[in-house]
Design a protein around this ligand. Structure first.
Ligand SMILES: N[C@@H](CCC(=O)N[C@@H](CS)C(=O)NCC(=O)O)C(=O)O
Length: 130
């Protein structure tokens, strides 16, 4: 209980500090943004508000200008979905719904790298993929 309080307190302290650390946003044209929004409509981030790894992932999402829905994994139905779909209650987890199935991607670094490769500066423009 005390450990949980301390962990949450520390998490919120990190969120507070990060509020003062600016994020250099990646910018793209309106058409390109629309295309990216269409792609990210099939993604959602299972997370806890006060989790530092989730904060790191949310900052990566913000920096890349992505509209990815965040889902509170402390509460159902999201918690139950994460467990049944991904296999464990660990956050952050990026859910990617595709025609041929759903990918549950754990690990903040892996998620950040994936999003950077898909939507970052060196990625293939979204409009050229279709
Ligand atoms: N190496 C993982 C660490 C993730 C992690 O430890 N997440 C914690 C929350 S900060 C968690 O999900 N713990 C399970 C729980 O609290 O039930 C990452 O970078 O994503």
């Amino acid at each position: 209980m005390l450990l949980k309080l301390l962990r949450n307190g520390l998490g919120y302290l990190i969120i507070f500090i990060s509020f003062f650390i600016p994020i250099k946003r990646f910018s793209r044209s309106a058409d390109e943004q629309k295309c990216v929004n269409d792609v990210t409509r099939n993604m959602s981030l299972y997370q806890f508000q006060a989790c530092p790894f989730c904060l790191k992932t949310r900052r990566a999402i913000k920096r890349l200008g992505l509209n990815i829905e965040t889902r509170n994994a402390l509460k159902n139905p999201h918690r139950a979905d994460l467990l049944s779909g991904g296999g464990e209650i660990k956050v952050p987890c990026l859910r990617i719904d595709q025609k041929n199935g759903t990918i549950w991607m754990y690990e903040s670094s892996e998620i950040a790298t994936y999003l950077e490769q898909q939507f970052g500066e060196s990625s293939t423009p979204c409009s050229e993929l279709n």
